[in-house]
Design a binder for this molecule. Sequence first.
Ligand code: 1HN
Length: 316
Amino acid sequence: MEQVREAGFAGAESIERLYELLHATGMGPGWNKPEPSLWPLPKRTFVPAHWQYSLSRPAMDAAGRFVGTELAERRNLILFNPAAGDRYATARTMVAAYQMVKANETARSHRHSPNALRLVVDTRPGAYTVVEGKKIPMVPGDVLLTPNWCWHGHSNESDGNAYWIDFLDAPLVHLLGPMFFEPFPGGMERTEEVDESSPMRFPFAAVRARLDSMTPPGSKQVRLGPPYLDSMALFVTRLESGSTVVTERATDNSIFAVIEGGGRSIVEETEFEWRRGDVFVVPSWHKHTFRAAQTSYVLRVSDEPVMEKFNWRRQE
Ligand code: 1HN
C-alpha cells in the first residue's frame, strides 16, 4: 500500500502496472473482469430434479428409528438441488423438505424470518400444526401457512405417523441476509384450542370443489389466498387425464408437489414420472411440459411475487 502511495497511479508505466496498483488498492478494472457481470439471458444454474415419496417415506421412517424430536428441531429431509455446489436450496430462492412426526410426538415451536408453508401428505385425525397458539388440523391435501415470525410447532395426537412437505424461502433469506430464529420458551406451544377454519389453512376439500366446478374443461388453476405470503405464490392446478400443458421459460422458480394423480413432466431435456406425494423442481428459465396420466391436482410454489416486486417477471 505504501509503495502504491509513493509511486502513485500517475507513475504507472504500463497497463499491467495499473492492474497491480488497482488490485493493491481494492479496485478492479470494470473493463477487464474475470467474469462478466451482465449477460443477455438468465443462466440455468439450478437443474430440474424429482424426489419420490415412495423413497422419502421409508427414509423418514428410518430417520424415525435414530432421530428423536427431543434432539432434532425437525425430523426433515432437505431436498437439495443436484446442481454443482448446492447442498440446501431446492431452487435458488426456496427449499422443500419432507417431514415426519411420529404418533404422540411433538416438534417444538419456534419462529423465524423465513416464510413457510406445508402440504399435508399422510396423516390421521389428531395431527396438528400449532400456529400462534391454535391447533390447525392437518388433513391430507391441505396447505397450511406459517408467515414469517409466526410461532409454529407440530403436535401429532393421532395414532399414526404424520408426513408432509415443507416449503420455505430460507435460501432467499440466505442470499439477502436477514435471518432471525427464536425457539419458543419451554419448547412446544401447548394449547387446547382447535381452529378448523383458520385463515392459515386451505383445506383441500374446498380447493378441489372450486377447481371441479370451473368451466371450461382443460387446465384449471386457483391461487391460494388471502392471506398471501410476501415471497411465495401458491397455485393448485387440476390437470385433466390425458391433457398436456406447456409452460414457457420464465424468470420465476417453481417447486411442484403432487396432491393427487399421476403423470409425466418434461423440463427442457429432463423427464420424470410423478405420482402422489412426489416433489419436482422447474428452475428459472426452463420450459415445462406436463402430461397427466390421470386427473391430477398439483401444488406449485413459486417465487413469482419476488420477481413481480422488482419488475423481473418475464417469459420467453
Ligand atoms: C422448519 O422450521 C420447518 O417448522 C420445516 O416445521 C422445515 C426446513 C428448513 C428450515 C426450517 C418447520 C424447515 C424448517
